[in-house]
Design a protein around this ligand. Structure first.
Ligand code: FES
Ligand code: FES
Length: 160
């Protein structure tokens, strides 16, 4: 089946099996390796991508379902100021250990920060923890991720 969607700002067209999941299309057909294969049943969050800035697990999403959608992975955010600031904060806060969960964790965090800034929200630490709860980290970086998100939010709120 032919599917057309936007991937990291570029229109792509692929021929896929009706039962093919987006995780496989991205990794195997389109070479997007930041999207990780973990549990393959929607529990670990390692395969998260952004669909119109909403984090979605790509292992449970059929590629045919995303026809016409706007998909973003970390490969598409390398020139995005907010994302790069967050990536730098992840690094400074040691929020990346083995790195397996990190692209997905960063995408989820980015989407959360962006939404908070756009809507002038002041999320609590509990709100932030809830936002990232779908991303499991076997290295236990959660407190560092929370710290990184808080720092970016604090800085961005002061700047405005
Ligand atoms: S691989 Fe998709 S949620 Fe675990
Ligand atoms: S940094 Fe290793 S799984 Fe999260």
């Amino acid at each position: 089946m032919r599917v057309v969607f936007t991937l990291n700002g570029r229109v792509v067209e692929v021929d896929v099996e009706p039962n093919e999941v987006l995780l496989d299309t991205l990794r195997l057909r389109l070479g997007i390796k930041s999207v990780k294969r973990g549990c393959e049943r929607g529990e670990c969050g390692a395969c998260t991508v952004l669909v119109s800035n909403v984090p979605v697990v790509s292992c449970l999403l059929l590629t045919v379902q995303i026809n016409g959608s706007n998909i973003v992975t970390v490969e598409g955010l390398q020139s995005d100021d907010l994302f790069m600031e967050l990536a730098s904060e992840f690094s400074k806060s040691f929020a990346v250990q083995c790195g397996y969960c990190s692209p997905a964790m960063a995408l989820t965090s980015y989407a959360f920060i962006k939404k908070a800034l756009e809507n002038s929200l002041k999320p609590s630490r509990e709100d932030i923890a809830k936002a990232i709860e779908g991303n499991l980290c076997r290295c236990g970086t959660y407190p560092r991720v929370l710290m990184a998100i808080e720092k970016v939010l604090e800085r961005r709120t002061q700047v405005r």
